[in-house]
Design a protein around this ligand. Structure first.
Ligand code: KIV
Ligand code: ZN
Length: 509
């Protein structure tokens, strides 16, 4: 059986999804989880695009050792040099150079001839090769490019040292049979193709990203680029979990192997959803809340008698916890730790102490603490950004007669206790106005949503907000059994990210 290389671009193309910005620590946490999942390559970012992206790629290169760490670069010397600076400390490192190839891009965007593009591709691959043996090249918008021209570019870049040639369906325009033929044509018409791995990178504008990727594997591609939960630019990229489970479940059809530990899929999906703030739709294949739920009586009857009647995969194979054991206020530290281990968390002693204290506090308010509560609690306790402002006290009055009023007390970065109060159109508005009076950072609220983590009136409420400042979006999350407190925490979380980013950009000059 031949092996397929799983190239994960959640941290690069996935992060390009509107509103999905991650900070450096969050990227590192996702990279560590991707390593556990067993991906072969992590595209960690686009180092020239910002100081934060450079820092994230560099940190991942230093800390994550099993997968190859890849950095993206346009076909410009500065981009390639910066990409190398970011990945050079990785155990396995790759530079991924891309350049548009389609006539529409050449004519309207780059204003260059095909000959010029060919020359730039060749020389920039050679430059990347002077740094590392592992060089990938992508002719952007390949699915809308004349195949003969793609063949010429690929031959030239392989001669210049490219070891992977990636065929992007940049705008998600391709149809499986047509895209498959392009891949087949590449094997037939590029004389030196046996010196490189053929890769595909499909976008989901027509909902065909996974179908196009799988078709390409049938026609000989041996690397597939994908993201967790299918996040990415516009309608997203091919979803990693769908590709992986198609290859595994239909081994009889594909006859291919991959190095992924599928039991890590669910956890990775939850982590990416938590950190990016992008919810997974309930009917999403493999990781959606309904993916393994049977509603019809006939189906339930079949599954009880024999799961394979209506289940083509065992949910446990993708890491969906077998039981949803419920903990409560009498549960001890040991039971809590065991449950954490079953959910895939291994915490340091300090983090465990913090998480256990938070669990006890929650169990006092809520009779039953379910797995989803624990996940939310871990996210709250262990993933807070280095806090500038911390919520100390909050009090609101609201109702159908009075004027919503909020009084807030925050602990400032220097430990000072700051308090203020404000009126608003509702309790959340009053809370945000009171916080604004203290923090004084201009921003616009662009998204606010609240959802309950579990069923029941005592459920934890999780608030997700996005704020914008100087054209950049910052996401904030907060959870509490009181949704006004959760809203305040979410807002402070977003403000703290904004302040951290501003501080980093000032320090970086
Ligand atoms: O979609 C695309 O073409 C890309 C390239 C950078 C590979 O993301
Ligand atoms: Zn892309």
């Amino acid at each position: 059986m031949e092996r397929v290389i799983i190239f994960d671009t959640t941290l690069r193309d996935g992060e390009q999804a509107a509103g999905g910005t991650l900070n450096v620590r969050e990227k590192l946490e996702i990279a560590r989880q991707l390593e556990k999942l067993g991906v072969d390559v992590i595209e960690a970012g686009f180092p020239i695009s910002s100081a934060g992206d450079f820092e994230a790629v560099r940190l991942i290169a230093q800390e994550v050792h099993t997968p190859t760490i890849c950095a993206l670069a346009r076909a410009h010397p500065d981009d390639i040099d910066r990409a190398w600076e970011a990945v050079k400390e990785a155990k396995h490192r790759r530079i991924h150079v891309f350049l548009s190839a389609s006539d529409v891009h050449l004519l309207y965007q780059l204003k260059k001839s095909r000959q010029e593009i060919l020359e730039m591709s060749r020389s920039m691959v050679a430059r990347a090769k002077s740094y590392t043996d592992d060089v990938e090249f992508s002719p952007m918008d390949a699915s809308r490019t004349e195949p003969e021209y793609i063949y010429q570019i690929l031959e030239a870049v392989i001669d210049a040292g490219a070891t992977t040639v990636n065929i992007p369906d940049t705008v998600g325009y391709a149809i499986p049979d047509e895209f498959g033929k392009l891949i087949e044509g590449i094997f037939q018409n590029v004389p030196n193709i046996n010196r490189a791995v053929v890769s595909v990178h499909c976008h989901n504008d027509l909902g065909l990203a996974v179908a196009n990727s799988l078709e390409s594997l049938k026609r000989g591609a041996r690397q597939v680029e994908c993201t967790i939960n299918g996040i990415g630019e516009r309608a997203g990229n091919a979803s990693l979990e769908e590709i992986v489970m198609a290859i595994k479940t239909r081994k009889d059809f594909f006859n291919l192997t991959i190095s992924i530990d599928a039991r890590q899929i669910y956890k990775t999906s939850r982590l990416v959803s938590e950190l990016t703030g992008f919810l997974v739709q309930p009917n999403k294949a493999i990781v959606g809340a309904n993916a393994f739920r049977h509603e019809s009586g006939i189906h339930q009857d079949g599954v009880i008698k024999m799961p394979i009647t209506y289940e083509i995969m065992d949910p446990r194979t993708v890491g969906i916890p077998a039981s949803s054991l419920v903990l409560g206020k009498l549960s001890g530290r040991h039971a809590f730790q065991e449950r954490l281990a079953e959910l895939g968390y291994s915490l340091s002693e300090t983090d465990l102490n913090r998480a256990f204290a938070a669990f006890k506090e929650l169990a006092d308010k809520k009779k039953e603490v379910a797995d989803k509560d624990i996940e939310s609690l871990i996210a709250q306790e262990l993933r807070t950004v280095s806090e500038f402002y911390r919520l100390d006290r909050l009090q609101v009055t609201c109702g159908d007669r009075g004027i919503p009023t909020a009084a807030i007390r925050l602990i400032a970065p220097d430990g000072q206790v700051l308090a203020d109060a404000a009126l608003g159109t509702g309790p959340v508005d009053a809370v945000y106005k009171a916080i604004n009076k203290i923090v004084m950072v201009p921003n616009a609220l662009t998204e606010f949503s609240v959802k309950s983590v579990t069923e029941g009136i005592d459920a934890i409420g999780e608030v997700l907000i996005r704020i914008e400042s100087d054209g950049i979006t910052y996401t904030g999350r907060g959870a509490d059994t009181d949704i006004i407190v959760a809203s305040a925490k979410a807002y402070l979380n977003a403000l703290n990210r904004l302040l951290a980013a501003k501080k980093a950009s000032q320090e970086g000059g």
